[in-house]
Design a protein around this ligand. Structure first.
Ligand SMILES: [Zn+2]
Length: 504
């Protein structure tokens, strides 16, 4: 019986956000170790309150298919919503728990390999390429045993990561819906290598490009052809895994950029050719810009005009400058201020993260009239507090969001949260007594996945840009190792790719 360990440390960092991520954020969201982790994964509660079966369930399913030969060994799983960089103490604590867990398992009986699930775009105050540090730490314990890592397709791939792993695989969907399939694929490669049936052989490319490919949706042009090429490579047995990582642009690694990775069974030439071909396909799509967005006033006017659609369901407005699922603080008041002034008569649900306001409101009772300022305190450079007068509708203490107060201010129902306000599913509002069918406008703080979650209600989706940490061009202030598309003119990707990969 061969023992293969598995673990997850995952958070997506917006390096521009001043809101540091602490160990308390992980503990409040998801932090499970040892046998409790295996039980949670097998019980369909892998990331409680968010995901039933994702990467680790996929990995365990791959191990169960070889149950006579493979024993999956749970180490730790920690996940926190996208936000600012991890504090150094938080990272050190997570690294300790991961490495101590792997060391203990390895001492008990030697591990034949490991699957490590990482987001790929995690940042830490004061640590360069922190996920590579985790990978190297595990590698030092495992020795030559196979180590397979998975990334979100917004992860960043670096030479040091590639050097320390046997295989790296990423999601092949955007919006993401193949988490479990990705874990299963990583598991098959780790298991095959541990049993001596596979010889994972990897090639990759790195592009000096942080935006392009239009909306970057896997099943729409212009990226559809790239994803189809990857599927074909895996289906036809050309590769064990093919990945295109379209990068989280607000990650402050100087070598940031889209990348492609191909893993074959012992065929270095094919891996190299495939990674190169995928890189060329991506580079050819670099001039298709991300969507341009309306102003808040334009979006509100469009929502007002869409009265038939509002009657049949709701209009969603994505606050694209304060996308919490892209690590923005969620405390922006720009859109809320415009909704208060310009959306009168339209029942509007919106959200703001403000722990200080929660401190003021929590002792008060439902039905109380209150006057206070909300929002604009976590990130005062981006927006200012909004003075409001309203009535407390209800109070809740919710997993992940923390203490939550619903405030009625004229036509607005404002959901104020203590923790990260990941507003992308109807449950964010329905769980606090705000049925979606009663709303004219529902604000989300998300770019794409909300379209899937709101499909039963949403009759029109609008995207409002104000000013904030998830603006695409906000990433242009980060520093890179050279000219970066689309901020700068870049004629050729190959020179930078060679330098980044360390080949002459
Ligand atoms: Zn992603």
């Amino acid at each position: 019986m061969k023992r293969i360990a598995f673990a997850r440390i995952a958070q997506e960092t917006n390096a521009l956000s001043p809101v540091l991520t602490t160990l308390r954020d992980f503990e409040a969201s998801h932090f499970v170790e040892g046998d409790a982790l295996l039980a949670a994964v097998q019980g369909g509660r892998e990331v409680s309150g968010l995901y039933r079966r994702v990467e680790l369930a996929g990995f365990v399913a791959a191990a169960r298919q070889r149950r006579a030969e493979i024993e999956p060994v749970p180490i730790v799983s920690a996940w926190s919503p996208s936000s600012g960089p991890l504090s150094r103490e938080c990272f050190d604590a997570l690294e300790d728990r991961l490495l101590e867990g792997v060391r203990r398992a390895h001492r008990a009986s030697p591990l034949a390999g490991m699957y490590l699930c990482l987001h790929g775009a995690m940042g830490v105050r004061g640590v360069a390429d922190p996920e590579c540090r985790l990978i190297r730490g595990v590698r030092a314990i495992l020795g030559g045993a196979p180590l397979v890592v998975s990334h979100d397709l917004h992860g960043n791939v670096t030479q040091a990561r590639i050097a320390a792993v046997d295989a790296l695989v990423a999601y092949q969907t955007n919006p993401h819906r193949d988490h479990a399939r990705t874990g299963h694929k990583a598991g098959r490669i780790a298991i095959g290598a541990a049993l001596g049936e596979l010889r994972p052989t990897m090639a990759w490319r790195s592009l000096p490009m942080i935006l392009g490919g239009g909306r970057t949706i896997d099943f729409l042009a212009p990226m559809r052809a790239v994803f189809r090429r990857m599927h074909r490579a895996e289906r036809d047995g050309e590769a064990l895994a093919a990945s295109t990582l379209m990068v989280h642009p607000w990650n402050d690694d100087p070598h940031l950029g889209w990348s492609t990775v191909a893993v074959t069974d012992g065929d270095a030439a094919t891996a190299d050719r495939l990674a190169d071909e995928l890189a060329e396909l991506c580079w050819a799509r670099r001039h298709v810009p991300p969507p341009s967005f309306q102003t808040a006033s334009e979006a509100i006017a469009a929502a007002r005009r869409a009265w038939v659609r509002r009657r049949l369901g709701c209009v969603t407005i994505a606050d694209v400058s304060d996308v919490v699922t892209a690590g923005a603080p969620g405390d922006s008041t720009h859109l809320m201020r415009a909704l208060l002034a310009e959306a009168s008569g339209l029942v509007t649900y919106c959200a703001v993260r403000d722990p200080a306001a929660i401190g003021q409101l929590w002792p008060r009772a439902g039905g109380d009239r209150v006057a206070l300022s909300i929002g604009g305190t976590l990130d005062p450079e981006m927006s200012s507090p909004l003075p409001v007068t309203g009535e407390i509708v209800s109070k809740h203490d919710r997993h992940g969001f923390g203490k939550t107060v619903v405030l009625a201010v004229e036509h607005l129902r404002i959901v104020i949260t203590e923790g990260p306000a990941m507003v992308m599913r109807p449950a964010f509002y329905t769980d606090v007594g705000l049925p979606i069918w009663k709303a004219d406008i529902v604000v989300v703080k998300n770019f794409i996945p909300f379209l899937m979650f709101f499909v039963a209600y949403n009759r029109k989706a609008l995207f409002a840009r104000t000013r904030g940490r998830s603006d695409f061009d906000a990433a242009f202030q980060l520093s890179f190792d050279g000219p970066m598309h689309p901020r700068d003119a870049v004629d050729d990707w190959r020179d930078r790719d060679r330098i980044r990969r360390g080949v002459s």
